[in-house]
Structures are given as structure tokens and as C-alpha cells.
Design a protein around this ligand. Sequence first.
Ligand code: PSU
Ligand code: MN
Length: 301
Amino acid sequence: MLVRVNQHIKEAIEKGIPVVALESTIISHGMPYPQNVETALKVEEIIKNEGCMPATIGIIDGECVVGMTAEEIEQFGSRKGIAKVSRRDLPVITATKQWGATTVATTMIIASFADIKVFVTGGIGGVHRGAEKTFDISADLEEFATTNMAVVCAGAKAILDLPLTLEYLETKGVPVLGYQTKELPAFYTRESGLQLDYAIDTPEEFAAIMKAKWEMGLQGGLVICNPIPEEYAMDKAEMDKAIDEALADMEARGIKGKDCTPFLLAAIKDITQGRSLESNIQLVFNNARLGAKIAKAYNAQ
Ligand code: PSU
Ligand code: MN
């Protein structure tokens, strides 16, 4: 079987318990060990406490697993050399029976096989700075054009070109919705200086918008932007400086393609003496709480 939906997920679906998808690239490539494993397990706990079932997704020996066990999550966090799998990599990694950490794009694909509608992450991929020369545009954006999934995030990472990311999503017909804000959050900070068209006040309204989109047969996802709580947000000026430093380091080392995002996250963590990691962890927890509420509201419709 190429897809394995674990028993506890099947049972939750049968009982009408809302299921919330979680990705594994954030575990294998987004955070250092052991904080990655601790965070992944805590996120599952938060979702359970909200009355939903978490389904962490990853590829094990070529099998797309929906609902990894705690032991499997531990492996994703501690094993070296697990591939970062985006849409293009998926057939290779499954056919050759490898392990793979799923990005936002691939998690959306696999979660949709299990008919999951809500997925919680940290920040989505986007248009990279300098994309007019490098063409580096995350496959996450293209996935939002095709796969029906509401993705709860803290905006797009500030390491990206945020105005171009918004333009791209507009072209692809993807709603970008702020939770109680009309400003696009920039992952580590609440502010980006970029306006969104819609501030949505409640999980119920998000659920109604998801339903409206898919009932009309409009293919694709929704980006739900949940700003990091004020007390965990980084200072914007400090962050801008750290990002510039990390980008210069990346350029000097000639890092390209899929290695960019993991490199930048790790470099920014070092430059900020670990404080960006603490923000990253807290924003994921915050997204888990909102994502679970949206999944409940969607199921209750
Ligand atoms: N959000 C995080 N940490 C991460 C990522 C998102 O808080 O590590 C990952 C996601 O898996 C996302 C990927 O899909 O970064 C984007 O990579 P790229 O820019 O190469 O498409
Ligand atoms: Mn890329």
C-alpha cells in the first residue's frame, strides 16, 4: 500500500471526531533535535485537548503514513538524512521505499487522500527573495491552487519575498485570510506592513468560507494566517537584521534550492541565540489551538 491511514485515525473519522493534519519537514528539517520531537508531541497533545485527533504525516519505507506514532515522530526528529519531500519527490521516495519528511505541499496531498480538511503548520513556503533570477518559488504555493485544504500558519516566513508571495496566491485564486487581523503576519513577528483583504473573527466563519469555496467546486486551499502571540513575537528590527545576515551567509556558501529554507531557519536561530526557535515553537502551538477549533467548526456544519 502506498498510503497507510493508521487505525486511530480511521476510528476518529468513523466517530466523527475532526482530524487535523501535521507535517514532518518541520520536524526533520525545521527544528533541531530534541526540540523538534518535543514540539511535535506537544502539538498533538494540544489538538487532542481541543477534542480533535492529530495526524502527523510522513513517509516511512515508501509508505505515506497518516497518523504517525510517537515512536515514529521520535525517529523523524532524530534520524539523519531523511529526505525533504515535495510534490516532485513523492513518486520517487514512495517507489524506492525511502523515508521522507513531507513539506506543506506534500502533507496537503497526503492529508487529502484521507479526506482531512484542516492542516496546521508554522509558516508556508513562498516566493523567495531574488526569485526573478533564481525562479525559487515554493511548490507549496502551487499546491494551494490545486488541493482542497485549509492550512493554518503564522503567515509566510519573513525570509521570503512577502509581497510577491501574496501576488502569486492571488493569481492562483487562493484566499489568504487573517485571524482577527488585516495585516499579513510574518511568522516571527505579527507585522509585515502588508494588508490582507479579509480579517475573519471566528473559527465558525473560517469553516463557512471553506464550505462555500468547495461547495462551489472551486479547487484549492485556503491560507489561514494566525499571528504569533505578542508575548512570543520577535522584535521586527532585530529580525530584519538577522534575516539579512542569514541571507548573506547563504549566498556566500552557495546554498540553493530545497536547502534554503532549512539553512535559513537554522542560521536565524544561531544569530538570535535560540530565541527565534522559541518563537517558532510557540507560534506552532498557537496555530494548533486555532486549527483544532476550525476543524471542529467545519465538522459541525
Ligand atoms: N514551517 C516551519 N518550519 C518549516 C517549514 C514550514 O515552521 O521547516 C517547511 C515546510 O515544510 C514548508 C517548507 O513546506 O518549509 C518550505 O520549503 P521550500 O521553501 O523549499 O518549498
Ligand atoms: Mn524552493
